[in-house]
Ligand binder design. Structure first.
Ligand SMILES: [Zn+2]
Length: 383
């Protein structure tokens, strides 16, 4: 690696604030990061499409490509970071600083820094003889809505030319991640008939109805353990958690309203559609017993699980180049969306334990080995 050049890529990336947040005052456009990437990639011959992302406050995606035709390998990352509180940092978050062999700065591993790795890889190779295209994909708003990845995957899915392998450089300590769970959140609302608690028979307790629904959900949870198994996960089956419950308003009144919110952790093979129909089926006898008194609906759109369809030769390729066995993780990434475009693997430098932390850093001793893995990946896939 050209250490000075690599550290300079890092310095310029980290210097630009691109934090995303639900709060408008902390939501910063990522446009400068996209422009910086274009300024590095264009001299190498990359074409660059800077695309406004709908539903965001002035955010952009980038689809950059070197070579012609379809297929090839894409490096993908998000350009936003979480907001930082400078008071919690030893050195300013928007300034790279090396202390004890560690490179500090906001986004060093989650994950603007990945673009320094990608750019250094591309600058250190002779790309004149590639047989398949090399792509660089950069998204917006991963830390909030994932709107960048959602929009980009829709565009690429319909595009006549797209990569056939996507590597997302989230910090996995360069261990290939081939699977993570998804999430479906649903709300059950029960309506009863209010009345005085002294004579329960004169009303209908919504809490009593909800209690039956809870039992049905816990039965479903047991059933799921036997229906689906994926040994790569620490918890090898889809889970259900009833995490919120509300209802009634006084001990001397029959509750006329009660509700609960639960989540199901989805797995490859156990999609939101499947779990949704199972939860409906579990509640249907209670719905029949209490007509028009129970509703079941999604709290917000689900995120599907990632993985499941990765071909064996790709798993083997990633084990070989990284020297590490592919794993499943318990955090979500944009792979949920990119897997609809092409075979996707999550693998990047840095430890996930440093993500979203003050004094985020990259262990500099990891840099050269990680660059070699990225170089090998290109050698094996596009030449
Ligand atoms: Zn990230």
């Amino acid at each position: 690696m050209n250490r000075e050049r690599f550290l300079n890529f890092y310095k310029e990336l980290i210097a630009i604030s691109s934090s995303s947040s639900e709060k408008p005052e902390e939501d910063v456009s990522n446009e400068e990061v996209i422009d910086l990437l274009i300024s590095w990639l264009a001299p190498l011959g990359f074409s660059a499409d800077k695309i406004p992302v709908p539903g965001t406050r002035g955010k952009f995606n980038l689809i950059a490509k070197l070579g012609t035709g379809s297929g090839g390998t894409a490096f993908s990352g998000h350009t936003d970071t979480v907001p930082a509180n400078p008071k919690l940092w030893t050195s300013p978050p928007f300034q790279t600083e090396i202390r004890n062999g560690r490179l500090y700065g906001l986004g060093t591993i989650d994950m603007k820094g990945f673009f320094a790795f990608v750019t250094e890889t591309l600058y250190s190779m002779d790309l004149g003889k590639i047989q398949h295209p090399v792509w660089v994909l950069a998204t917006a708003d991963e830390e909030t809505t994932m709107n960048g990845a959602i929009h980009m995957s829709e565009i690429l899915r319909k595009a006549p030319e797209k990569p056939d392998l996507i590597i997302i450089g989230e910090p996995t300590s360069m261990v290939p991640v081939v699977m993570h769970k998804g999430q479906l959140v649903q709300v059950i609302r029960c309506s009863g008939i209010g009345g005085h608690a002294s004579n329960p028979g004169k009303g209908l307790s919504a809490i009593r109805i909800l209690h039956k629904c809870m039992s049905a959900l816990y039965n479903l949870e047991d059933k799921l353990k036997n229906m689906y198994t994926e040994r790569l996960f620490e918890v090898p089956y889809p889970t259900i958690n009833i995490g919120e419950i509300r209802g009634g308003d006084a001990p001397n009144k029959i509750a006329d309203f009660a509700e609960l919110v639960f989540e199901a952790r989805l797995m490859p093979g156990a999609s939101s559609d499947i779990i949704r129909s199972l939860s409906k089926e579990a509640l249907s006898p209670i719905m029949a017993e209490f007509p028009n008194r129970i509703t079941l609906e999604d709290a917000y759109p689900p995120t599907e699980a990632f993985g499941g369809g990765i071909p064996e030769n790709i798993r083997t390729l990633f084990s070989e180049i990284s020297g590490k066995t592919p794993i499943a993780v318990n955090y979500a990434t944009e792979a949920t969306y990119f897997q609809k475009v092409a075979t996707t693997v999550v693998m990047g430098p840095g430890s996930i334990n440093m993500a979203h932390q003050p004094d985020e850093y990259l262990e500099l001793s990891e840099a050269e080995p990680a660059l070699q893995v990225l170089r090998k990946l290109l050698e094996k896939t596009v030449f």
